[in-house]
Design a protein around this ligand. Structure first.
Ligand code: NAD
Length: 270
């Protein structure tokens, strides 16, 4: 139980990597704030995300161990309400994982202003807002007696924070921004004893890759670029995040940890 006594927020935790991180945090003894993207009443996709988030709460051990809170990470008021709601439920916040993310595939000349702004808002403004709000809370509360770090921030970036990916320019720009957010804030937050690091997954089998996973030829193409020879699992990413959120990683800040079966070392073109 490496996270006993901690309270952890995971954004975009109703599916994929975020879900796996929430479940693993709970198994390691943390209380978990399961964020999901809400939506208008009657929107079936929003209802499905809510049901998925509630299932994650149940799998974490129920309302004593986790809470589901809707918030769009790109909207300051919703992020502040998310952190306040989590603190009202569990009393504090020790760990925040910026996992929520989206991608839009399009040739650069066809990308609209709205599509560009949406990807940057979720993937880069979201981590800015969540990190700032979380750090303010971490600095306002009493430190835990068994923690040198006052808090931990983990960003789920991507190998595409560094490796180009044609037709995903907004996504790559957003994740490149997360890389520099991580490096810059490591300097600013270290005197506050708050760590910030990124995990950069390669190809993980989650809903974001549904179109690739459902197409045998695209799956074959993707596998040919992964020296390890398979897609990664969300649980593997969760294992890395637990380590970064634990005291074992207190002296680690400002780094990106690739978790990609050596994909980033091999890919030369798409
Ligand atoms: P996913 O689509 O299952 O997860 C993304 C989650 O973010 C979803 O639950 C979605 O509802 C949520 N979300 C979207 N917009 C939101 C918003 N405005 N506010 C709150 N939540 C929002 O896919 P995933 O693979 O689990 O992705 C998780 C993270 O991992 C993303 O940041 C993604 O870029 C990153 N990543 C994934 C892969 C991969 O191969 N799966 C590779 C590299 C990086």
């Amino acid at each position: 139980m490496r996270l006993a006594g901690r309270v952890a927020l995971v954004t975009g935790a109703s599916s994929g990597i975020g879900r796996a991180i929430a479940l693993r945090f709970a198994a390691e003894g943390a209380k978990v704030i399961v964020n999901y993207l809400g939506g208008p009443d009657g929107d079936p996709k929003a209802a499905s995300r809510k049901a998925d988030a509630e299932a994650v709460v149940a799998a974490c051990g129920g309302p004593d161990r986790a809470i589901a809170i809707a918030a769009d990470v790109s909207v300051r008021e919703q992020v502040e309400a998310l952190v306040q709601g989590g603190v009202a439920a569990f009393g504090r916040l020790d760990i925040a994982v910026n996992n929520a993310g989206i991608e839009i595939k399009k040739p650069f000349l066809e990308v609209t202003d709205h599509e560009w702004d949406l990807v940057i808002a979720v993937n880069l403004r979201g981590p800015f807002l969540v990190t700032q709000t979380a750090v303010r809370q971490m600095m306002a509360q009493e430190p835990l007696p068994d923690m040198e770090a006052r808090g931990k921030i983990v960003n789920i970036s991507s190998t595409h924070e560094d490796i180009p990916f044609p037709q995903y320019t907004a996504y790559c720009a957003s994740k490149g921004g997360v890389r520099m957010l991580t490096r810059n804030l490591a300097i600013e937050l270290s005197p506050m004893k708050i760590n910030i690091n990124s995990v950069a997954p390669g190809a993980i089998a989650t809903p974001i890759n549904q179109s690739v996973l459902q197409d045998p030829q695209e799956t074959k193409n993707a596998l040919s670029e992964i020296p390890w020879g398979r897609f990664g699992k969300p649980e593997e990413v969760a294992g890395m995040v637990v380590w970064l959120a634990s005291p074992e990683a207190d002296y680690v800040s400002g780094s990106t940890f690739y978790q990609d079966g050596a994909l980033a070392l091999q890919v030369t073109q798409y």
